[in-house]
Structure formats: structure tokens, C-alpha cells
Design a protein around this ligand. Sequence first.
Ligand code: 3PG
Length: 391
Amino acid sequence: KKSVRDIELNGKRVFVRVDFNVPVEDGKITDDKRIRETLPTINYLIEKGAKVILASHFGRPKGQVVESMRLTPVGVRLSELLKKPVVKVDESVGEAVKAKVAELQNGDVLLLENVRFYAGEEKNDPELAKQFAELADVFVNDAFGAAHRAHASTEGIAHLLPAVSGLLMEKELSVIGKALSNPDRPFTAIIGGSKVKDKIDVIDNLLNIADNVIIGGGLAYTFFKAQGHEVGQSLLDESKLDVALGFIEKAKKLGKNFYLPVDIVVSDDFSATANTNIVDIDGIPSDWEGVDIGPKTRKIYADVIKNSKLVVWNGPMGVFEIEPFAGGTREVAEACATTEAYTIIGGGDSAAAAEKFHLADKMDHISTGGGASLEFMEGKALPGVVALNDK
Ligand code: 3PG
């Protein structure tokens, strides 16, 4: 696939799809990683004399204008980071936007409004894609975080203009792509999170590729139940017991090491003031619930991580947002931070955990994609990437 480096940019109007879907509290951006990660692409375009037109979604306004979901604060932050003016418009298409685009000089940056204010965006309406395409000469997709969405500004437009990847998109695809296609070994995949159903495809695919698969988080209890253990009030997906047993079988058949917790932290309440205890997996009281992996498990997992050459981590080991239940996730994050292995952190919760424990800068790659990195690791094609062409 071609990238922004392979095309002529001077004087060109470049429609750049980015993922500026950043967390916001009380109108303030609480984590600007997704904005910072697009700076190499934007600066490259500026340097090459392109007219930069940025488009992103933000939240889920469902095709309506929602005042609290405007991209205005993102434009302010971007301008600070770029150390140059960013013109923000309050629409994404139409005459007023065209007029602003016509005023752009080489190296100028224009930020369009939240593309999900238009119902056609998520429907991948060809009419909206055409209106986006009319604004520009070239399409650059740098929104890895939205690459699993086939929307008008990620997929539709790519069929209407010469379409290439941006530098962030290129980096995400090459780092995660190499892990999946040609991993350094031993390769350890750590899969946590609360629900089995969200992680079935990723466990299945990584069992094919990795040498060690480590399981933690709420999804572990479905495995315990499938093996005949009492799980008390723990999270459980009764409909996935066979799937869980199937994974244990598959691991055996393929000769992979499949790790389940051997001890866990149980709690009598889902709160920071709850009573907690540490039990082996056959010792969960019927009225308590599992909330974290226990100390023996942490030690085993940390050793596996330490002895790996490549680690991919997706999903927390327990309810890390609540301090007394955070220890397992913290120790796995610390093991990832200190191992000599190359560490890839799937976006979303594991990235948030690394951030919370101040270990983010010790990881080799933290993906900007949550759903997108998950689907990529499931082995699925990403529509926003597939649509990029060599026109
Ligand atoms: C994300 O935050 O994972 C991406 O920006 C995609 O957002 P979405 O799940 O609302 O499509």
C-alpha cells in the first residue's frame, strides 16, 4: 500500500481522515495521545506544501448536531501542539466549507466539524463521500482507530480520490502486522477484559500465532465454570462454556501454552471499601465475586512475559479502575514495562491502564486503536485500509 510519502503533495488539497475521538471531561481533553500521534503526518504535509483539510468523528452523535460533540476544543489543542493556527469550521461539507478551502495557502491547516453530525457518515452514503471528495485532490487515511468502520469519510471517499495511508496508519499496520505475520518468539499474547464474547475471535486467532496465551480479567470465570469450578457471583457467560473448553482443547492440540489464573482476588462487594480475600480457583465463596488475578498468578504471568521476545497485551486482568482490585493489572503492566521483549499494547482499556500506572512510555507500541486493533488482531480486514488504492 502507498503512503503519504509516495505522492506529490505541493499545492494539493489533502483530505486527511484522523481519529480525534479523544476522551473529554467537562469540555477538557483528558488524554491527547490520539492528537499527538497524528502530528508526524500533519507536519509532513505542511512541510511538503499541502493544503491540509482534517476530518474526524467525535463521540456518537448519531447523525445530529450535538453542541458538546463539536471538535472546537480539539482544534485549539491541535493548534497548540502544531504551534500554528488551525482554522476550524462548524460544518464538514457545503458552500461555506468550500469557501474556506479555497482560501487555504500551501501549508495551512483546516479542521472540519465532527463528520458524525451527518447521517450519511455512518451509513457510508455515496453522496456524502462525494461531497467530501469534492473538497480535495488527495485522500490520506491516518485514522487507524476508525479503520474498522466502513464510513463515508473512512471508506467511501477512498474510492473517489487517490487514497494513501498516513504515517500513523502506516506505523500501526506495520508494527501490529509484523507481530501477526512474522513474530519474534517466544510470542506471548495476554488477553483480558470482562466479556468472553468480545474476545472469542482474538483468542482464537492468537492461539494460532502466539506461543503462549495468557488469560485474565472477567472472561476467566467462564473458563473456570466450564472446568467445573464454583465461580460465585463472578462475571460469567453461560452460553460460552463450550467455546471456553474448545480453546483449552485447541491450545493442547497446537502445543501452545495456555495460562489461566491459579488464584484470584475475591470480593464481597463491587466497591473500593469491599472486603477482599485471596483464594485458589476452587475456593470462590458462592456469595463473593472474582475481581482480579491473585499473587501466585501474577508471578507466573510476569515470568512468562519476562522470558518472551514479543508481547501483545489486550485487556485488563481485573477491575483496575478500583484500587484494591488493580494489583494484577498493575503487575502485568510492570512486567510489560520491564521485559526486554517488544511490547505492543492494544488500545482502549490496556492503554488506559498503562497510562494510569505511569508506564505508558516504557512500552514499545501503544496502539491508538481500541476496536480497530482488536479487529486487526482477530485477523479481520479493516475496511478503511482495504479501500486504500494505488490510483
Ligand atoms: C474508538 O474510539 O475506538 C474509535 O474512535 C471508533 O469509535 P466508534 O466505536 O464510536 O466507531
